[in-house]
Design a protein around this ligand. Structure first.
Ligand code: B12
Ligand code: SF4
Length: 435
């Protein structure tokens, strides 16, 4: 069957990100002998009608990566772009439309209803999409919404379309690779365990390294970004991957999300040997009290020690934080500003308010505290703010507190150009000494 896969993500903040999810779906569909074309609306502009006319698809998938930008200070809602795409498709063809992607999977029923698409697949799409394509091809009935958990678990690499990859390489130099899925932690606001499960599953190290070597030789990316929810899994499977990368001397640069931990010298030396360029530390809250409020099992001293461990071995590290979570008070805000100010060599990105996603513990807390009214389906962004500090006061305290702190970005969108520049610098090719 001819299947068109569309990436509907138009966001370029903090930088444009290569659509990895549809690449995975394209690969498994091609393995089933379907003829697949990928269209990325960000890089291809207004090519949708022409692509449909030329390719004449029998089935069309739309990947929805983001519902919104999870930023309470500069909120953006992206689903109307999808509604627009669905309308354009309906005007051009009778082909059925199915949805998938991380954003879609957070609220599948609500997104299906909002967009009016025909089918949806919630969660990892590899197995379910094969079943859906078979049913549509043979005219057999199939449920409107399929859940990945009802199908065999498959964890595939992606096809990296040449034209699409070319655009993102020109824009950022970065290619993403997913090495594992799942996170066993219990942070109260986080949707990642809901999306990928609580158990970490890593692909075979050799398979990942083979893929990286293939991508390195074909595309010459300045940097790989490991998109894993948490790169440093508690079981340490990431270290096995890094051992394989170092042993096979693949000579690439990479970056990833880390959670604060007791990193030893040997682990960071291994990261250096395998090409780490920069570590993105999800510190998440700025004090011991608010870290506990988020359900973190480390304190701020661990954040500081993690930063020091990277810096001591010459690895650049940045931290992101969310102010305003459970336990936040005027006192913790001031303490947090002092904590971050001390970490002078660590760029800090401070968001305010937690996007409440369905099924997360923060949803229950917010409903209990009356932050969201009964019946709100959370499709339109709702944010949790600690009831102990009025929102305006929180903003003023943070704005004033970080006014003269050069390494801190608050509010994040106010300096998004600097942020983009910072990401570009991260990706810039330097010699090994430049790490
Ligand atoms: C890594 C990551 C980032 C990195 C990306 C780095 C890079 N170079 O790629 C960075 C830090 C830059 C980033 C930024 C942002 N991110 Co982000 N990110 C992620 C993360 C952890 C993984 C995404 C990923 O690549 N996964 C690997 C691929 C293979 O998985 P996948 O896309 O989900 O695809 C699978 C399924 O979804 C499905 N599927 C995918 N597409 C399709 C299509 C069809 C038709 C079908 C059937 C199935 C299907 O099958 C695939 C294979 O199993 C997710 C959370 C998560 N664990 O999923 C958040 C996530 C996608 N991000 C999110 C957000 C909000 C953002 C930002 C807006 C945040 C911000 N304010 O800066 C920006 C937007 C950036 C942009 N330009 O779009 C949200 C989106 C939810 C929402 N509320 O809308 C998520 C879900 C996290 C969350 N908060 O819950 N992100
Ligand atoms: S915030 Fe990070 S460590 Fe916590 S549950 Fe989410 S992915 Fe896991």
């Amino acid at each position: 069957m001819r299947i068109l896969l569309i990436s509907n993500n138009l966001s370029t903040d903090p930088y444009p990100v290569f659509p990895l999810g549809p690449g995975v779906i394209a690969r498994v569909l091609r393995q089933e002998q379907h003829e697949v074309k990928q269209l990325d609306l960000l890089s291809a502009g207004a090519a949708l009608a022409k692509t449909i006319a030329d390719f004449d698809p029998q089935l069309i998938g739309i990947s929805i990566r983001n519902i919104d930008n999870v930023n309470s200070l500069n909120p953006c809602f992206f689903l109307d772009d999808v509604v627009h795409t669905v309308k354009l498709i309906r005007n051009a063809t009778q082909a059925k439309i199915f949805l998938g992607g991380a954003g879609f999977s957070l609220m599948p029923e609500a997104v299906l209803d909002y967009t009016g698409a025909d089918y949806g697949i919630a969660g990892a799409g590899e197995s379910a999409v094969i079943a859906l394509a078979r049913a549509v091809e043979s005219g057999n009935p199939i449920e409107r919404l399929l859940h990945a958990k009802d199908f065999p678990a498959v964890f595939s690499g992606a096809d990296y379309d040449d034209d699409i990859a070319g655009y993102y390489l020109r824009e950022t130099g970065i290619l993403p690779v997913q090495t594992k899925r799942g996170c066993p932690h219990h942070c109260v606001y986080c949707s990642y365990p809901l999306l990928e499960g609580k158990c970490c599953r890593q692909r075979s190290c050799d398979e990942i390294v083979d893929e990286m070597i293939f991508l390195r030789d074909k595309f010459h990316p300045a940097m790989f970004y490991f998109t894993d929810s948490i790169f440093n899994d508690p079981g340490g499977s990431y270290l096995e991957l890094l051992e394989t990368m170092a042993a096979r001397e693949i000579s690439v640069f990479w970056s990833a999300f880390f959670t604060p931990a007791d990193f030893d010298r040997a682990s960071i030396a291994l990261m250096r040997r395998s090409g780490i360029k920069t570590a993105e530390l999800g510190a998440d809250a700025m004090t011991d009290a608010t870290l506990a409020g988020l359900g973190k099992d480390y304190n701020f001293a661990t954040v500081e020690k993690s930063c020091a461990a990277f810096l001591q071995q010459g690895v650049q590290v940045s931290c992101s934080y969310i102010a305003g979570g459970p336990n936040e008070t005027e006192t913790t805000l001031l303490e947090g500003i002092a904590n971050i100010s001390r970490l002078e060599q660590v760029p800090a990105f401070i968001f305010m308010g937690i996007r409440i996603l369905p099924g997360t513990p923060i949803e229950a807390i917010a409903r209990r505290e009356g932050v969201i009214p009964d019946g709100h389906n959370l499709l339109y962004p709702a944010f949790y703010f600690s009831p102990a500090v009025p929102k305006e006061q929180m903003y003023d305290t943070l704005k004033n507190g970080f006014k003269n702190v050069k390494h801190a970005v608050f509010p994040p969108h106010a300096r998004s150009d600097q942020l983009r520049l910072y990401r570009k610098l991260q990706a810039a090719v330097t010699g090994k000494d430049g790490k």
